[in-house]
Design a protein around this ligand. Structure first.
Ligand code: SF4
Length: 288
Protein backbone atom coordinates (compact mmCIF):
# COMPACT_ATOMS: atom_id res chain seq x y z
CA UNK A 1 0.00 0.00 0.00
CA UNK A 2 1.18 3.58 -0.62
CA UNK A 3 0.62 6.87 1.23
CA UNK A 4 -0.05 8.67 -1.99
CA UNK A 5 -3.03 10.91 -2.35
CA UNK A 6 -5.01 9.52 -5.29
CA UNK A 7 -8.01 11.45 -6.59
CA UNK A 8 -10.38 10.30 -9.32
CA UNK A 9 -12.15 13.01 -11.34
CA UNK A 10 -15.95 13.05 -10.98
CA UNK A 11 -16.45 13.29 -14.74
CA UNK A 12 -14.14 10.40 -15.65
CA UNK A 13 -15.44 7.66 -17.95
CA UNK A 14 -18.66 7.18 -19.92
CA UNK A 15 -20.57 10.36 -20.88
CA UNK A 16 -24.36 10.23 -21.20
CA UNK A 17 -24.22 9.86 -25.01
CA UNK A 18 -21.98 6.78 -24.81
CA UNK A 19 -23.92 5.31 -21.87
CA UNK A 20 -27.16 5.74 -23.79
CA UNK A 21 -25.71 4.06 -26.89
CA UNK A 22 -24.28 1.03 -25.02
CA UNK A 23 -27.40 0.52 -22.88
CA UNK A 24 -29.82 0.92 -25.79
CA UNK A 25 -27.86 -1.54 -27.97
CA UNK A 26 -27.99 -4.15 -25.19
CA UNK A 27 -31.69 -3.54 -24.55
CA UNK A 28 -32.47 -3.90 -28.26
CA UNK A 29 -30.89 -7.36 -28.27
CA UNK A 30 -32.72 -8.31 -25.08
CA UNK A 31 -36.06 -7.24 -26.55
CA UNK A 32 -35.36 -8.77 -29.97
CA UNK A 33 -33.40 -11.98 -29.28
CA UNK A 34 -34.24 -13.47 -32.69
CA UNK A 35 -33.27 -10.44 -34.75
CA UNK A 36 -29.84 -9.66 -36.17
CA UNK A 37 -28.49 -6.51 -34.56
CA UNK A 38 -25.68 -4.58 -36.23
CA UNK A 39 -23.76 -1.43 -35.32
CA UNK A 40 -22.25 0.57 -38.14
CA UNK A 41 -18.69 1.35 -36.96
CA UNK A 42 -17.36 0.75 -33.45
CA UNK A 43 -19.92 1.90 -30.92
CA UNK A 44 -17.12 3.20 -28.70
CA UNK A 45 -13.33 3.12 -28.83
CA UNK A 46 -12.92 0.20 -26.47
CA UNK A 47 -12.12 -3.35 -27.53
CA UNK A 48 -13.51 -4.93 -24.33
CA UNK A 49 -16.90 -3.30 -24.85
CA UNK A 50 -16.96 -4.22 -28.58
CA UNK A 51 -16.13 -7.85 -27.66
CA UNK A 52 -18.80 -7.90 -24.96
CA UNK A 53 -21.40 -6.66 -27.47
CA UNK A 54 -20.22 -9.25 -30.00
CA UNK A 55 -20.72 -12.00 -27.42
CA UNK A 56 -24.25 -10.76 -26.82
CA UNK A 57 -24.86 -11.13 -30.57
CA UNK A 58 -24.49 -7.45 -31.47
CA UNK A 59 -22.16 -7.31 -34.45
CA UNK A 60 -19.99 -4.40 -35.55
CA UNK A 61 -19.98 -3.85 -39.32
CA UNK A 62 -17.90 -1.30 -41.19
CA UNK A 63 -19.91 -1.02 -44.41
CA UNK A 64 -23.58 -1.24 -45.22
CA UNK A 65 -24.20 -4.39 -47.27
CA UNK A 66 -26.43 -4.15 -50.36
CA UNK A 67 -29.07 -6.31 -48.67
CA UNK A 68 -29.69 -7.22 -45.06
CA UNK A 69 -32.26 -7.83 -42.40
CA UNK A 70 -32.61 -6.99 -38.72
CA UNK A 71 -31.67 -3.80 -36.92
CA UNK A 72 -28.81 -1.49 -37.89
CA UNK A 73 -27.70 1.03 -35.27
CA UNK A 74 -26.20 4.44 -36.01
CA UNK A 75 -23.67 5.13 -33.25
CA UNK A 76 -23.34 8.34 -31.22
CA UNK A 77 -21.01 10.02 -33.80
CA UNK A 78 -23.88 10.25 -36.32
CA UNK A 79 -23.80 9.52 -40.06
CA UNK A 80 -24.37 11.23 -43.39
CA UNK A 81 -27.89 11.37 -44.86
CA UNK A 82 -26.59 9.12 -47.65
CA UNK A 83 -25.72 6.36 -45.16
CA UNK A 84 -29.15 6.64 -43.52
CA UNK A 85 -30.70 6.05 -46.96
CA UNK A 86 -28.37 3.13 -47.72
CA UNK A 87 -29.33 1.36 -44.49
CA UNK A 88 -33.04 1.70 -45.19
CA UNK A 89 -32.65 0.69 -48.83
CA UNK A 90 -30.72 -2.43 -47.83
CA UNK A 91 -33.78 -3.53 -45.84
CA UNK A 92 -32.65 -2.85 -42.27
CA UNK A 93 -34.72 -1.34 -39.50
CA UNK A 94 -32.73 1.75 -38.55
CA UNK A 95 -32.14 2.80 -34.93
CA UNK A 96 -30.50 6.20 -34.68
CA UNK A 97 -28.36 6.59 -31.54
CA UNK A 98 -26.64 9.78 -32.68
CA UNK A 99 -25.95 11.74 -29.48
CA UNK A 100 -28.44 14.63 -29.13
CA UNK A 101 -25.44 16.99 -28.72
CA UNK A 102 -24.03 15.82 -32.06
CA UNK A 103 -27.45 16.30 -33.70
CA UNK A 104 -27.39 19.91 -32.46
CA UNK A 105 -24.05 20.54 -34.24
CA UNK A 106 -25.40 19.02 -37.45
CA UNK A 107 -28.47 21.25 -37.20
CA UNK A 108 -26.41 24.39 -36.59
CA UNK A 109 -24.14 23.59 -39.57
CA UNK A 110 -27.21 23.05 -41.79
CA UNK A 111 -28.73 26.37 -40.67
CA UNK A 112 -25.49 28.23 -41.43
CA UNK A 113 -25.27 26.61 -44.87
CA UNK A 114 -28.92 27.41 -45.60
CA UNK A 115 -28.36 31.05 -44.61
CA UNK A 116 -25.45 31.49 -47.00
CA UNK A 117 -22.64 31.50 -44.46
CA UNK A 118 -19.23 30.13 -45.43
CA UNK A 119 -19.21 27.21 -42.97
CA UNK A 120 -16.09 26.27 -41.01
CA UNK A 121 -16.22 23.08 -38.94
CA UNK A 122 -13.45 22.97 -36.33
CA UNK A 123 -12.26 19.37 -36.15
CA UNK A 124 -10.22 16.69 -37.87
CA UNK A 125 -11.45 15.93 -41.41
CA UNK A 126 -11.29 12.14 -40.93
CA UNK A 127 -13.17 12.07 -37.60
CA UNK A 128 -16.50 10.24 -38.17
CA UNK A 129 -18.51 12.89 -36.32
CA UNK A 130 -16.94 15.66 -38.42
CA UNK A 131 -17.55 13.74 -41.65
CA UNK A 132 -21.24 13.38 -40.77
CA UNK A 133 -21.58 17.09 -39.84
CA UNK A 134 -19.96 18.08 -43.13
CA UNK A 135 -22.08 15.67 -45.18
CA UNK A 136 -25.25 17.19 -43.67
CA UNK A 137 -24.15 20.77 -44.39
CA UNK A 138 -22.83 19.88 -47.88
CA UNK A 139 -26.43 19.23 -48.95
CA UNK A 140 -27.13 22.97 -48.70
CA UNK A 141 -23.86 24.65 -49.70
CA UNK A 142 -20.61 24.19 -51.61
CA UNK A 143 -18.81 26.35 -49.05
CA UNK A 144 -18.21 24.00 -46.13
CA UNK A 145 -14.65 23.35 -44.90
CA UNK A 146 -13.03 21.52 -41.99
CA UNK A 147 -10.00 22.87 -40.12
CA UNK A 148 -8.19 22.97 -36.80
CA UNK A 149 -5.34 25.22 -37.91
CA UNK A 150 -4.67 28.43 -39.81
CA UNK A 151 -2.65 26.51 -42.42
CA UNK A 152 -5.72 24.45 -43.28
CA UNK A 153 -7.77 27.63 -43.79
CA UNK A 154 -5.23 29.67 -45.74
CA UNK A 155 -6.14 28.12 -49.12
CA UNK A 156 -9.70 29.50 -48.61
CA UNK A 157 -8.63 33.02 -47.59
CA UNK A 158 -9.68 34.75 -50.82
CA UNK A 159 -12.94 32.84 -50.97
CA UNK A 160 -13.75 33.73 -47.34
CA UNK A 161 -12.90 37.41 -47.92
CA UNK A 162 -15.22 37.48 -50.91
CA UNK A 163 -17.98 35.65 -49.05
CA UNK A 164 -17.95 38.08 -46.07
CA UNK A 165 -20.13 35.98 -43.71
CA UNK A 166 -18.50 33.04 -41.95
CA UNK A 167 -20.25 30.64 -39.56
CA UNK A 168 -18.32 28.35 -37.23
CA UNK A 169 -19.30 25.12 -35.48
CA UNK A 170 -16.97 22.84 -33.56
CA UNK A 171 -16.79 19.07 -33.13
CA UNK A 172 -18.20 18.18 -29.71
CA UNK A 173 -14.97 16.93 -28.13
CA UNK A 174 -12.53 19.49 -29.54
CA UNK A 175 -10.33 21.70 -27.40
CA UNK A 176 -11.51 25.27 -26.94
CA UNK A 177 -7.97 26.42 -27.84
CA UNK A 178 -8.44 25.05 -31.40
CA UNK A 179 -11.74 26.92 -31.70
CA UNK A 180 -10.10 30.15 -30.50
CA UNK A 181 -7.23 29.76 -32.93
CA UNK A 182 -9.56 29.37 -35.90
CA UNK A 183 -11.89 32.18 -34.79
CA UNK A 184 -9.01 34.62 -34.19
CA UNK A 185 -7.76 34.02 -37.72
CA UNK A 186 -11.24 34.32 -39.28
CA UNK A 187 -11.77 37.62 -37.47
CA UNK A 188 -8.82 39.06 -39.39
CA UNK A 189 -10.21 38.15 -42.84
CA UNK A 190 -14.03 38.03 -42.63
CA UNK A 191 -16.49 40.88 -42.12
CA UNK A 192 -18.86 38.82 -40.00
CA UNK A 193 -18.01 35.73 -37.94
CA UNK A 194 -20.87 33.88 -36.27
CA UNK A 195 -19.62 31.34 -33.72
CA UNK A 196 -21.55 28.40 -32.33
CA UNK A 197 -19.43 26.86 -29.58
CA UNK A 198 -20.80 23.34 -29.90
CA UNK A 199 -18.26 21.61 -27.64
CA UNK A 200 -20.61 19.42 -25.59
CA UNK A 201 -21.26 20.11 -21.93
CA UNK A 202 -19.89 16.74 -20.90
CA UNK A 203 -16.54 17.43 -22.66
CA UNK A 204 -16.34 21.00 -21.34
CA UNK A 205 -16.94 19.87 -17.74
CA UNK A 206 -14.53 16.93 -18.04
CA UNK A 207 -11.77 19.23 -19.35
CA UNK A 208 -12.42 21.95 -16.75
CA UNK A 209 -12.44 19.53 -13.82
CA UNK A 210 -9.32 17.72 -15.09
CA UNK A 211 -7.46 21.05 -15.33
CA UNK A 212 -8.42 21.87 -11.72
CA UNK A 213 -7.30 18.44 -10.56
CA UNK A 214 -4.01 18.86 -12.45
CA UNK A 215 -3.32 22.12 -10.60
CA UNK A 216 -3.11 20.19 -7.32
CA UNK A 217 -1.43 17.03 -8.68
CA UNK A 218 2.17 16.25 -9.50
CA UNK A 219 1.04 13.48 -11.86
CA UNK A 220 -2.09 13.13 -13.97
CA UNK A 221 -3.07 9.77 -15.40
CA UNK A 222 -5.42 9.85 -18.39
CA UNK A 223 -7.07 6.50 -19.09
CA UNK A 224 -8.59 5.63 -22.45
CA UNK A 225 -8.06 4.64 -26.05
CA UNK A 226 -5.40 6.44 -28.06
CA UNK A 227 -7.88 6.32 -30.97
CA UNK A 228 -10.39 8.37 -28.97
CA UNK A 229 -10.35 12.09 -29.84
CA UNK A 230 -11.74 13.27 -26.51
CA UNK A 231 -9.20 11.21 -24.52
CA UNK A 232 -6.19 12.42 -26.52
CA UNK A 233 -7.41 16.03 -26.23
CA UNK A 234 -7.68 15.60 -22.48
CA UNK A 235 -4.08 14.37 -22.30
CA UNK A 236 -2.87 17.23 -24.53
CA UNK A 237 -4.55 19.83 -22.30
CA UNK A 238 -3.15 18.32 -19.10
CA UNK A 239 0.40 18.06 -20.45
CA UNK A 240 0.46 21.87 -20.34
CA UNK A 241 -0.58 21.84 -16.67
CA UNK A 242 1.49 19.09 -15.00
CA UNK A 243 3.30 15.82 -15.69
CA UNK A 244 0.78 13.66 -17.54
CA UNK A 245 0.69 10.13 -18.87
CA UNK A 246 -1.93 8.69 -21.23
CA UNK A 247 -2.49 4.95 -20.90
CA UNK A 248 -5.10 2.64 -22.41
CA UNK A 249 -5.25 0.36 -19.35
CA UNK A 250 -3.36 -0.75 -16.22
CA UNK A 251 -0.94 -2.95 -18.20
CA UNK A 252 0.71 0.23 -19.55
CA UNK A 253 1.21 1.69 -16.09
CA UNK A 254 4.89 1.65 -15.11
CA UNK A 255 5.73 1.81 -11.41
CA UNK A 256 8.77 4.08 -11.99
CA UNK A 257 6.48 6.81 -13.29
CA UNK A 258 3.98 6.98 -10.43
CA UNK A 259 5.84 5.69 -7.40
CA UNK A 260 7.43 9.04 -6.46
CA UNK A 261 4.37 11.20 -7.06
CA UNK A 262 2.60 12.41 -3.90
CA UNK A 263 -0.63 13.66 -5.43
CA UNK A 264 -1.97 11.68 -8.35
CA UNK A 265 -5.03 12.77 -10.30
CA UNK A 266 -6.87 10.29 -12.51
CA UNK A 267 -9.28 11.07 -15.30
CA UNK A 268 -10.62 9.13 -18.28
CA UNK A 269 -12.18 9.65 -21.68
CA UNK A 270 -15.87 9.34 -22.51
CA UNK A 271 -15.44 5.82 -23.88
CA UNK A 272 -13.49 4.33 -20.96
CA UNK A 273 -15.47 1.75 -18.93
CA UNK A 274 -15.42 2.06 -15.13
CA UNK A 275 -13.85 -1.37 -14.72
CA UNK A 276 -10.71 -0.22 -16.59
CA UNK A 277 -10.46 2.93 -14.45
CA UNK A 278 -10.84 0.83 -11.27
CA UNK A 279 -8.00 -1.47 -12.31
CA UNK A 280 -5.68 1.52 -12.81
CA UNK A 281 -6.56 2.92 -9.36
CA UNK A 282 -6.05 -0.46 -7.70
CA UNK A 283 -2.68 -0.92 -9.34
CA UNK A 284 -1.46 2.47 -8.13
CA UNK A 285 -2.87 1.89 -4.63
CA UNK A 286 -1.19 -1.50 -4.48
CA UNK A 287 2.10 0.04 -5.55
CA UNK A 288 2.78 -2.89 -7.87
S1 SF4 B 1 -18.80 13.28 -25.79
FE1 SF4 B 1 -20.52 14.70 -25.76
S2 SF4 B 1 -21.32 14.67 -27.84
FE2 SF4 B 1 -19.99 12.89 -27.66
S3 SF4 B 1 -21.36 11.24 -27.11
FE3 SF4 B 1 -20.59 12.10 -25.20
S4 SF4 B 1 -22.12 13.65 -24.58
FE4 SF4 B 1 -22.47 13.14 -26.74
Amino acid sequence: MTNQNIKLAKFAGFCYGVKRAVETAKKLKQDNPDKNIYILGELIHNTDVINELEQLGIKTIYEVPAHGEGICIIRSHGESPEVFEKIKKAGFELVDLTCPDVKKVQQKAIELAQNDYFVVIVGKPNHPEVMAIKANADLYSDNVVVATSIQELEPYEEKIKAHKKVGVVVQTTQMVSSLNLVVNYLNTIAKEVLIHNTICQSTAMRQKEARELASESDLMVVVGSKKSANTTHLAEILKNCTKTIHIENDSELEKDIYINANNIGITAGASTPQVIIDKVINKIKGGI
